[in-house]
Design a protein around this ligand. Structure first.
Ligand code: HEC
Length: 666
């Protein structure tokens, strides 16, 4: 009777889990980004379980007016679902039927698209006190009335002359709503700020890196941080450390946990010559949300050179650890190590590799520091390093089940080729080398769903995906682990064994995480389908958008539901035969190619790849003739094609035309 024993153990664990920070979470709602403030992404609902999951089908679907990446976690409170679509637009839906109750469009200027690396995505809203909070791509934080979507306040949170974007979900901690931003890859200085829920007034701001060796030190922690940077660091590049995704809140300890990003520029030998840890890059910060002061910090990758952000999902859990009950946090940041940290004190309890990882041999638990390996050092010559810059795990949320004690990680196993002179494709809009030389195709590895046992410090089971693309994860008290994929399937696994129990085809690639909620005694599982994000220029052959229109929609499932309709219309990705790099280009065409690499490839795909946006090397001659109007006058801005007025000259557009004509594919 193995099963019933596990069920009993599971139930006991579930009640423990519910004891954590869930006071305001009625079982049926999904009121916070990660359901509870500790962001476990575990649903206590059991209506859908291992026995009946085969009967799960479509309850309803609602189109979200998008053919690009959707990453939001839906929030469900009192029968209303709040989601975000592309361009930071908010949709309020009836959670029983999917009917649209209201929408809000923050009117993000389309030129802002040039300030981000990874598609015009948004990871969702926060809801509290009858208000809906959304961070917009152009750096604003907006409060809406939950009832009708009308604007209560709208504040700018960034220096609008700098490359800041917001894609992350705000978090509410008490009377404050906290938001960070992205931009480290483009040369930004990281920070996050707290705003008064009622008025939108800023309460405090915490910078994650110093402005320079000599200050100004906006708060005392920066003086300490400055000692870990060489005085002649490349301060003009902003330092990085942007806070673009993860936060979790422990109301009992009154600590807000925040994950920080990579350095700018990437290589530490360029950024801060002569060494140093470069605090607070790639760190977990524990902050008192009342004051904005630092209580403790743990740096996962001192002196980061590999884009190893610690902005990945932070999960809070109360567990038995070596015979003692402890309040811990879990993180699987990009650098390939799974961390267990005492969240009260910051003490490191465990750090073990969860994917192949070559930049460090191990983490020394005495010192808490990683032991670097020579393989990771590319200051003297090119190196292939694991994990890749996209990380062993990226923003796609993981899930912790108190029932199984396992953490389900949407993991990535891959390498990046680094060289001393070629790095940060995006920084300042300049490119130091041909992209296909910097990121060889074989650096795209594989994605897998893996079940990590934090006690045994090993993988209990894993399931590979057919593509490198990944999606967020949900676990439930029904003994299930749920995940979508780039092929457009939603899969249900046995939480103990990984066995796939059921699979639903949607025809739309999925990267967003599922949630679960209950209404009128019926359990639903819901997610957003819509492929894109960081890989939106890299659609591998299996990606659904190569066969179907990339139809962005909210999909809700229930027992006894029907089939999910396949999208209608043309496929969003039209693969090209490839091979244009073999052509001999004259001088003007070669200049055009360099403009293309520096300014266009980030959205329209670089060499040999296939993406969501039109392949310009398939443009008909009439389209190429219109290039001045499109590139310099913003003729296609309504479609999201930013103007390059003031950035490119008419002569450069001529070069581009010559290049596009030369490499045109019929
Ligand atoms: C930030 C992303 C982004 C960048 C960078 C970008 N574009 Fe675009 N481009 C778009 C989007 C979005 C569209 C509209 C796609 C659609 O049809 O929905 C578009 C459409 C176009 C089209 C029309 C293609 C067609 O077949 O309909 C042309 C031509 C074009 N872009 C040229 C350029 C050139 C040249 C550059 C570089 C100087 C560039 N774009 C850089 C996002 C971008």
């Amino acid at each position: 009777m193995r099963v019933s024993l596990i069920w009993l153990r599971g139930l006991a664990a579930v009640s423990l889990g519910i004891a954590f920070g869930c006071a305001l979470a009625a079982d049926g709602d999904w009121p916070r980004h990660g359901r509870d403030d500790g962001e476990q992404r575990f649903s206590p609902l059991t209506g859908i379980n291992r026995e009946n999951v085969g009967q799960v089908g479509l309850a309803w679907q609602t189109l979200l007016d998008s053919t690009r990446g959707l990453q939001a976690t839906p929030i469900v409170i009192d029968g209303v679902m709040y989601v975000t679509s592309t361009w930071s637009r908010v949709f309020a839906l009836d959670a029983r039927t999917g009917a649209v109750l209201w929408t809000y469009d923050p009117q993000v200027p389309k030129v802002w698209a040039k300030k981000g690396c990874c598609d015009v995505v948004n990871r969702g809203v926060a809801v509290a006190d009858g208000r809906v909070f959304v961070g917009t791509y152009d750096g604003r934080l907006v409060a809406l009335k939950a009832k009708d979507g009308s604007v209560i306040w709208d504040v700018n949170t960034v220096d609008r002359s700098k490359p800041y974007t917001i894609t992350g979900a705000p978090r509410v901690a008490g009377d404050r709503v906290v938001i960070g931003n992205g931009g480290a890859d483009f040369g930004a200085r990281g920070y996050f700020s707290a705003y008064d829920v009622a008025t939108g007034e800023m309460q405090w701001r915490f910078y994650t890196v110093p402005a320079s060796a000599a200050g100004p030190f906006e708060h005392p922690e920066l003086e300490m941080a400055a000692k870990t940077w060489s005085p002649d660091s490349r301060w003009e590049m902003g330092g990085g450390g942007t806070v673009w995704d993860s936060m979790a809140w422990d109301p009992e300890l009154n600590l807000l946990y925040v994950g920080t990003g990579n350095g700018s520029p990437w290589p530490s030998f360029q950024r801060s010559p002569g060494g140093g840890d470069n605090l607070f890059l790639s760190s977990i910060l524990a902050i008192n949300p009342d004051t904005g002061r630092l209580v403790w910090h743990y740096q996962t990758t001192p002196g980061d050179s590999w884009d190893y952000t610690a902005t990945q999902h932070i999960v809070l859990a109360d567990i038995e650890w070596q015979g003692k009950s402890r309040k811990v946090l879990f993180q699987a940041p990009k650098n390939g190590f799974f961390y267990v940290i005492d969240r009260q004190t910051g003490e490191l309890l465990a750090a073990e590799k969860y994917v192949r990882t070559t930049w460090a041999t191990h983490v020394d638990l005495e010192t808490g520091r990683p032991v670097p390996s020579p393989t990771g050092d590319y200051s003297q010559g090119a190196r292939v390093v694991m994990p890749a810059t996209l990380g062993g795990h990226n923003w796609h949320p993981m899930s912790y089940s108190p029932q199984t004690g396992l953490v389900y990680i949407p993991a990535q196993d891959a390498a990046t080729h680094f060289s001393p002179t070629q790095f940060n494709v995006l920084l300042g809009g300049t490119v130091t080398g041909r992209v296909e030389e910097m990121v060889p195709d074989d650096s795209i590895g594989r994605a897998l769903l893996l079940a990590w046992d934090p006690h045994a410090r090993q993988v209990r089971w894993s399931v590979p995906h057919s593509t490198f693309s990944n999606a967020g994860v949900l676990s439930t008290a029904g003994g299930l682990v749920v995940q979508g994929d780039a092929e457009g399937y939603i899969s249900f696994h046995d939480a103990w064994t990984g066995e796939r129990l059921h699979r639903i085809a949607t025809g739309t690639g999925i990267i967003a995480p599922p949630i679960s909620y209950e209404l009128d005694g019926e359990q639903y599982i819901a997610l957003l389908a819509g492929w894109g994000g960081a890989l939106f220029t890299h659609a591998e052959p299996q990606v659904a958008a190569r066969r179907f229109r990339n139809e962005g929609r909210a999909i809700a499932l229930k027992l006894g539901g029907g089939r999910v309709p396949m999208p209608e219309g043309e496929p969003s990705v039209k693969p090209r035969p490839g091979g244009d790099r073999l052509r001999v280009l004259n001088e003007q065409q070669a200049r055009g190619r360099d403009v293309y690499t520096a300014h266009c490839g980030i959205c329209h795909s670089w060499y040999g790849h296939n993406g969501l946006l039109p392949d310009l090397r398939r443009s008909v001659p009439a389209m190429i003739d219109q290039l001045e109007a499109i590139v310099l006058l913003g003729a296609l801005e309504p479609l999201g094609m930013p103007s390059f007025a003031g950035q490119l000259t008419p002569a450069q557009v001529d070069d581009l035309k010559e290049y596009l004509r030369a490499v045109r594919i019929e």
